[in-house]
Ligand binder design. Structure first.
Ligand code: AMP
Length: 492
């Protein structure tokens, strides 16, 4: 199976929703949500989904993909819409599977918004919370069910829901579902579904595993891809600072103050690191919450709600917990740890600069992170320059003077003397799967050069470049290219 690429012409101007053959109930909901024009993934995918084709979507959270799949599916389901109270009249017609509770919840919030003027019922089930209310809701009947795989299997086993009338299936963030180890669960769930159905799969990457999944469960899909929101978007300013581990926290508080950043997510690589760092920031007087896998579902939802409500300044999070979070107006993301997997960098910084807003993503790299930063550089296809920030306080700067301004052989060495290593795992399973031989699936993510994400229409913040002015209040030294740290020629 080779997916056919979508050959629809790119529209010169962003297309308006009112040009789509969508029911007035959906158009009203779209208007209520304040959307006017479609995002690129919406403009491409909605007509294809309306046509009834299977879709492989290369798009991430933040691109508007939830509306891209749910609006056309709701449109198709409207023919089943009825006001009856009988559960039998509301069988599950569409099943959306998502890797995390947060993403499932977010998708459900969006789908409910789009379906609010119809009689279609939308429910969301995920683990970590009481199953009884979910069971009661399912038994009353729902047309659209959004679920994480494990909890859905529980409900199937308990016979709380039947999936034999499912017509539409969405595998959202399929790559992450496989990363988490959901493949057996997915296979089981899909085995309960009618063979004749429309299936949509969204994934950030098309690894051999994803390809296999698509081959097994999609029929003649059309590939729909749009530029990653942040691989090419110019509305997120990306800065990289070379800093010793023990100075990271002070640098963050300094930047928060200097840039008057009111809220930020701080990403760390380990659950333990997240918990510790959150405690320290709290001691510093910042209202802080931690979001990681060891927190109960209830705690995670509460932290998120408090953050969204502005009652919390800093959310210290790990990747899995923060995947897919949609927080409006988040001005900044800090990578306290450089992520082990470059793709996580794109996901992390995608938490800011959403829906056209501008944002800043600041990554703190130590001497040990050179390879990881270079991986990011390759993935985002942008030259990364490392800035050296001088901390404004009593402690002397930790830099080695001789390496700053006169790049030489010492460029291959770190800017800082040895710092205490971060308490982070050194062995993280890096996604395998770049070794298949199908050039279609194997090629690195290439943003469609013709696709202009709507977010790029906003005035661009400059990408990191030699001309950038230093962060105010910090003495920024000439920044060195990662390539030069790796032994390449240093810029003059
Ligand atoms: P998603 O990628 O589906 O998580 O969407 C990211 C954010 O963009 C959500 O907050 C949506 O409400 C918002 N959004 C989706 N489509 C549009 C649109 N056409 N115009 C403006 N905002 C949108």
């Amino acid at each position: 199976m080779t997916p056919q690429p979508d050959t629809a012409p790119d529209l010169a101007a962003p297309a308006r929703f009112d040009t789509l053959p969508l029911d007035a109930k959906l158009q009203r909901a779209i208007g209520d949500a304040g959307y006017e024009t479609m995002t690129p993934i919406q403009a491409k995918a909605i007509p294809i989904v309306l046509e009834g084709r299977d879709v492989m979507g290369a798009a991430q959270t933040g691109t508007g993909k939830t509306a891209a799949f749910s609006l056309p599916l709701l449109q198709k389901m409207l023919r089943h819409e009825n006001p009856s109270a009988s559960p039998a009249r509301h069988p599950v017609r569409a099943l959306v599977l998502a890797p995390t509770r947060e993403l499932a919840d977010q998708v459900a919030v969006n789908v409910k918004t789009y379906a609010k003027h119809s009689h279609l019922r939308v429910a969301c089930v995920f683990g970590g919370i009481d199953i009884a209310p979910q069971a009661a809701e399912l038994k009353r009947g729902v047309e659209v069910l959004i679920a994480t795989p494990g909890r859905l299997l529980d409900h199937i086993q308990l016979k709380n829901c039947q999936l034999n009338q499912v017509e539409y299936v969405v595998l959202d963030e399929a790559d992450r579902m496989l990363d988490i180890g959901f493949l057996p669960d997915l296979q089981r769930i899909l085995s309960f579904l009618p063979k004749t159905r429309q299936t949509l799969l969204f994934s950030a990457t098309f690894s051999p595993e994803i390809k296999k999944l698509a081959q097994s469960y999609l029929q003649d899909p059309i590939l729909v891809e749009v530029a990653r929101p942040n691989a090419t978007a110019t509305n997120v300013e990306q800065r990289f600072y070379s800093v010793a581990d023990e100075d990271k926290r002070r640098l963050i508080t300094q930047l928060l103050r200097q840039r008057e950043i009111r809220q930020a997510i701080i990403f760390v690589n380990s659950k333990l690191g997240a918990a510790r760092l959150a405690r320290v920031f709290e001691r510093d007087g910042l209202r802080t919450a931690a979001l990681h896998g060891d927190k109960s579902q209830d705690e995670r939802l509460k932290s998120l709600a408090a953050f969204k409500a502005g009652e919390v300044d800093l959310l210290v999070a790990t990747d899995v917990a923060a995947r897919g979070l949609d927080i409006a107006d988040l001005p900044a993301v800090f990578n306290y740890d450089v992520p082990f997997n470059a793709e996580d960098y794109v996901h992390r910084i995608g938490r800011t600069g959403r829906a056209g807003a501008s944002g800043i993503a600041i990554t703190l790299a130590t001497r040990d992170d050179t390879r990881l930063v270079s991986d990011i550089e390759k993935l985002i296809k942008k030259t990364i320059t490392l800035e050296t920030a001088e901390l404004e306080n009593d402690r002397p700067p930790r830099r080695r003077r001789e390496t700053e301004d006169t790049p030489s052989h010492s460029e291959s060495r770190p800017a800082f003397p040895a710092a205490a290593p971060m308490p982070m795992p050194t062995q993280r399973p890096v996604r395998s799967g770049r070794s298949s031989h199908d050039p279609f699936f194997d090629r690195p993510y290439e943003p469609d050069p013709k696709a202009t994400p709507v977010w790029e229409d906003s005035p661009a913040a400059p990408a990191p470049s030699a001309e950038l002015s230093p962060v105010s209040g910090l003495t920024a030294k000439p920044r060195r290219r990662i390539a030069s740290l790796l032994g390449g020629k240093a810029p003059t």
